[in-house]
Design a protein around this ligand. Structure first.
Ligand SMILES: Cc1cc2nc3c(=O)[nH]c(=O)nc-3n(C[C@H](O)[C@H](O)[C@H](O)COP(=O)(O)O)c2cc1C
Length: 146
């Protein structure tokens, strides 16, 4: 569940490190899946969401992966693009209102779709570079892939 405790620019904060440290201490868990992160700035869902959208996030993500491993827990990071649930000018596969928010997304072009696919790939590589064991693609809750 999203703590929404990242720094304003999506960097991992001390509060996030401490939250996941407390949750995973004691050797009771095999795997922890971290809350959703945005892979591309236009797909940011909410304020203080974790970012995996740029390389300068890697040092913070590395500290987070190390926190889980210190507690002998495997770690996965959720990757997400909020699509028509993003605040501001949002995007979607077609200009149909989001069922809950009623926001109408701009229709993505094929090039923009390719850019988002690439953003997921790059985010996954950043997470891997930071030492995580896996990623989980978020495809629920009215976000883009849902
Ligand atoms: C504040 C809040 C933040 C959430 N953040 C995430 C998230 O980051 N990733 C995710 O997959 N689901 C997220 N969810 C959805 C919950 O994880 C989901 O509703 C839960 O799995 C349902 O479990 P339950 O049926 O036991 O309540 C969030 C829900 C709430 C209320």
């Amino acid at each position: 569940m999203a703590t929404a405790e990242a720094l304003k620019n999506g960097l991992i904060s001390d509060d996030i490190l401490s939250y996941y440290d407390v949750k995973t201490r004691g050797g009771y868990l095999a795997l922890a899946i971290v809350e959703h992160s945005y892979v591309h700035f236009p797909g940011k869902a909410s304020d203080r969401q974790i970012s995996t959208a740029s390389d300068d996030m890697i040092p913070g993500l590395r500290k987070l992966a190390a926190t889980f491993h210190k507690n002998q827990v495997k770690a996965a990071m959720q990757l997400n693009h909020a699509g028509s649930a993003a605040p501001g000018q949002c995007v979607g596969p077609s200009p149909l209102p989001h069922p809950l928010r009623q926001t109408v997304p701009a229709q993505l072009s094929q090039d923009q779709i390719k850019e988002i696919v690439s953003a997921f790939q790059h985010a996954a590589l950043r997470v891997k570079t930071a030492g995580f064991d896996a990623v989980e693609i978020h495809a629920a809750h009215g976000y883009l892939l849902n």
